[in-house]
Design a binder for this molecule. Sequence first.
Ligand SMILES: Nc1ncnc2c1ncn2[C@@H]1O[C@H](COP(=O)(O)OP(=O)(O)OP(=O)(O)O)[C@@H](O)[C@H]1O
Length: 118
Amino acid sequence: MRKPAFHISVLNSVNGIIRMLRSERNFQLEVLALLINIFLIVYLKLSPEHAAIILLVCFAVLSVEMLNTAIEKICDFVHPEFSEHIGLIKDIAAGAVLLLAFVSVIIALLIYPQYIFV
Ligand SMILES: Nc1ncnc2c1ncn2[C@@H]1O[C@H](COP(=O)(O)OP(=O)(O)OP(=O)(O)O)[C@@H](O)[C@H]1O
């Protein structure tokens, strides 16, 4: 298969993000969390370093959520029936999102109080 032009690859990637936005509830909630964080970054006037950390974590959560969904879709495509192996693969992928969500709450608790309780 011929490699698509760069702008086609970018459009394909944007299509993946739009599909996630339309159909994946967790992804929608994580985008909402990103928007709330952007508001807080501006409203609380976070330092560039703290803003960068918060944004990095938010986008990492979104990226891992997309990989988790991709893994779920591969699993459902290659093996739609019930299987302990498929269940374990999906649990591990979901665990990766949970780990990142956990550390993002800790990072928020480390950064935001400095700006709220001044
Ligand atoms: N084919 C299967 N065989 C065995 N267990 C499965 C199978 N499909 C899903 N499961 C179990 O159900 C859970 C949820 O899987 P599902 O594909 O419904 O993802 P989801 O509801 O979109 O989850 P997430 O919130 O992680 O996106 C899996 O983590 C797994 O434990």
